[in-house]
Design a protein around this ligand. Structure first.
Ligand SMILES: [Zn+2]
Length: 287
């Protein structure tokens, strides 16, 4: 499952706890394609101290003294692994392994940015201003921090199915496929509801659901070890990735709609007046 706002927030929190105050020994890039910038060079980070860690939507931001930022988009299969120690001091060799980038700190600890699978989408940027990262520059307001007026204005600014609009990072930043399923379930809204037809009440409910679902997930994630975060995410979900299982709210069976490279899950009783949504992939097969 792709890391979304709560997981990235927790990773930033974890780095603030573990890495802030430590000086960087060196940065090793094993997957050349993962590093999207070439100036400043990775060696420019050596000798600098980690001063903070933060988040822009689903982007993680590791901040070094002198105003240098390592901004990372973990993509679908990326993760950050904090190491108390590394097995070897030998530099990583560029190759096919899951490690894209390694940051070694002065106490022997550090972290690896890894990506499983063959589709390499993890993107790291070394910049002096996070706004230099194209994906960060176009982010809408943060989904967890937007007040109701901003939230409603953003949602109505884009006409479309609410599931798609809620996950559009330029509308609101931080929500992806998993938490949008959870938010729509909590708000009792169909994923296919059209945004500009939502009433003020529905938008207020959706705003409250967004805050509750993301806030609860951040709360559950904080204090977890980075390695345990993914399991924690799965255990907190009510409909996402639970097709065929009972809805914990009403007991109806959670259903699924599949797309070319993704799927959504929802509860018919809670969200669509008991009616199953058309699964285009299935109806195409039937035809
Ligand atoms: Zn239900």
């Amino acid at each position: 499952m792709m890391p979304e706002l709560p997981e990235v927030e927790a990773l930033a929190g974890y780095l603030r706890e573990r890495a802030v105050g430590r000086r960087v020994d060196r940065v090793e890039v094993a997957a050349i394609s993962a590093l999207k910038t070439y100036d400043p060079v990775p060696s420019a980070v050596a000798g600098r101290t980690v001063v903070d860690a933060g988040r822009h939507g689903k982007f993680l931001d590791v901040i070094f003294d002198g105003g240098l930022h390592l901004v990372v988009h973990l993509a679908r299969a990326g993760w950050l692994h904090y190491r108390e120690a590394f097995p070897s001091t030998a530099p990583l060799r560029p190759g096919k392994g899951p490690i894209a980038l390694r940051v070694r700190l002065d106490d022997g600890s550090g972290f690896d940015l890894t990506e499983a699978g063959t589709q390499k989408k993890l993107a790291a940027y070394l910049v002096t201003d996070p706004a230099q990262v194209p994906g960060v520059a176009k982010l809408g307001p943060d989904a967890l921090r937007a007040d109701l007026a901003t939230f409603a204005e953003r949602l109505r600014s884009r006409r479309g199915q609410v599931k798609g609009v809620l996950t559009d990072q330029s509308v609101l930043a931080g929500v992806g496929n998993a938490y949008s399923d959870e938010i729509l379930h909590a708000a009792k809204l169909s994923p296919f509801a059209i945004t500009d037809r939502l009433t003020d009440d529905q938008l207020a409910t959706l705003h409250a659901a967004t805050r509750t679902v993301l806030g609860d997930a951040v709360g559950r994630s904080m204090g977890q070890r980075a390695a345990e975060l993914k399991g924690e995410k799965r255990s907190g979900l009510k409909v996402h990735a639970r097709a065929g299982l009972p809805c914990p709210v009403c007991g109806d069976t959670v259903r699924e709609v599949s797309f070319a490279d993704s799927s959504l899950q929802y509860c018919p009783t809670c969200q669509t007046g008991g009616k199953p949504l058309a699964d285009r992939r299935l109806s195409r097969l039937v035809r």
